[in-house]
Design a protein around this ligand. Structure first.
Ligand code: CP
Length: 329
C-alpha cells in the first residue's frame, strides 16, 4: 500500500499511484455495505470525531456510517452546539478535543486552510471534509471511484467540470485527482468564475457550455455556491441557468455513453435539469454510495496505520496492518 500520509488535507501533489491505492482499498470495502451485518472490526476501540463548522448531509453522514462500519466510535460536533459560540478558536477547540485522545478528526470548515492549520496543532490524523474554496479530497476520490467503476480506467478520458470553478473545492480536488490519473480535464463556466490562471493547472478552459461538453466522456456539474460568492459573478440565476444548465439537449453533444456526476446538493433547474439529474446517464446516487466506501478506506488507511504503529511499540514482531486489502469480518 503506497499511501503513507499522516493526514488527508488535499489531493494536490498526491500521486496517481497513491490515489489508485486509495480507490483499490475503497473498492474492496464496498462489499461490506451489501452485507446483512454491515460491520468489520478493523477500527474497534478507535474514536473518530466529526467536527463540522458548515452544514452537510452527504459528507458528515457518510463519514459517520464509514466509521461505524469499521467498528470505530464516532462523535459528531457542530459549530452551533460547541464552544465556538462562546468565542473559542478553532485551534483551541481542536487541542481540547485532542486531549480526549481521539484517533482522527474529520473537519469541515468555511475557511480555506483550516485543516492544514489544525494538522499543525494536533497529533492525530486530520481528514479534510471540505475547507472553504480549497479542497474536498474525499469527494474527488468518490467521484474517481465512480468514474473508474463505469469506465474501467480514468486515463485518457475527457472530463468536463462545469460551473462555479472559482469557489469550488470539489472542482479543485477533482482537477488534481483526475490529472494525476491521466484524464484530460476541461473546465467550463462563465469567465467571471473561470480565471485564466486556472490553465496553469494543466486543464483546458471553455467559456461556452456546448464547446466544453462536446465529445466528453464524463460531465461533472458543480453547484452554484452562492454562500461563498461575495459579489455578483453573473447578472441573475435565470441568466446563469440559460447558458450553463445541463439539459438533455446539451448532454446529446457529449459521447453517447457519457456519464453525469454532481456532488450534491443539487440546484435542480439551475445548474442541472431534473431530466438529466434523474436520467439514464446520471450516476449521482452511485457517487453517494461510493462516498461510504471511500471514507471507510481513508479512515482505515490513516487510523489503522496508527493502530499498527501502537502495536509495533508494544510488540516489535507484530505485522503492521498497512497493506491489507479487503478486510473481512
Ligand atoms: N457533496 C457534499 O459535500 O455534500 P454535503 O455538503 O451534503 O456534505
Amino acid at each position: 500500500m503506497a499511501f503513507a500520509q499522516r493526514n488527508l488535507l488535499g489531493l494536490e501533489g498526491v500521486s496517481g499511484e497513491d490515489i489508485t491505492a486509495i480507490l483499490d482499498t475503497a473498492a474492496s470495502f464496498k462489499e461490506i455495505s451489501e452485507r446483512d451485518i454491515k460491520k468489520v472490526p478493523a477500527l474497534r476501540g478507535k474514536t473518530v470525531i466529526n467536527l463540522f463548522y458548515e452544514s452537510s448531509t452527504r459528507t458528515r453522514t457518510s463519514f459517520e456510517i464509514a466509521a461505524k462500519r469499521l467498528s470505530a466510535d464516532t462523535i459528531n460536533i457542530s459549530a452551533s452546539s460547541s464552544s465556538v459560540t462562546k468565542g473559542e478558536t478553532l485551534s483551541d477547540t481542536a487541542r481540547n478535543l485532542e486531549a480526549m485522545r481521539p484517533d482522527a478528526i474529520v473537519v469541515r470548515h468555511p475557511s480555506s486552510g483550516a485543516c492544514s492549520l489544525l494538522a499543525r496543532h494536533v497529533g492525530c490524523p486530520i481528514i479534510n471534509a471540505g475547507d472553504g474554496c480549497h479542497e474536498h479530497p474525499t469527494q474527488a476520490l468518490l467521484d474517481c471511484l465512480t468514474i473508474r467503476e463505469h469506465r474501467g480506467s480514468i486515463a485518457g478520458l475527457t472530463v468536463a467540470i462545469v460551473g462555479d470553478l472559482l469557489h469550488s473545492r470539489v472542482g479543485r480536488s477533482n482537477v488534481h485527482a483526475l490529472r494525476a490519473l491521466g484524464a484530460r480535464v476541461r473546465l467550463v463556466g462563465p469567465p467571471t468564475l473561470l480565471p485564466p490562471e486556472f490553465a496553469s493547472l494543466g486543464v483546458e478552459l471553455y467559456p461556452r457550455l456546448a464547446d466544453g461538453v462536446r465529445e466528453a466522456d464524463v460531465v461533472m456539474m458543480l453547484r452554484i455556491q452562492r454562500e461563498r460568492q461575495g459579489a455578483n459573478f453573473f447578472p441573475t440565476v435565470e441568466e446563469y441557468s440559460q447558458y450553463y444548465c445541463l439539459t438533455e439537449d446539451v448532454v446529446r453533444l457529449a459521447k453517447p455513453e457519457v456519464i453525469i456526476l454532481h456532488p450534491g446538493p443539487l440546484n435542480r433547474g439551475l445548474e442541472i435539469a431534473t431530466a438529466v439529474a434523474d436520467g439514464p446517464y446520471s450516476l449521482i446516487m452511485n457517487q453517494v454510495t461510493n462516498g461510504v466506501a471511500v471514507r471507510m478506506a481513508i479512515l482505515y488507511l490513516l487510523v489503522a496505520r496508527s493502530k499498527a504503529e501502537d502495536a509495533l511499540e508494544t510488540e516489535p514482531a507484530a505485522e503492521p496492518a498497512r497493506g491489507r486489502r479487503g478486510v473481512r469480518a
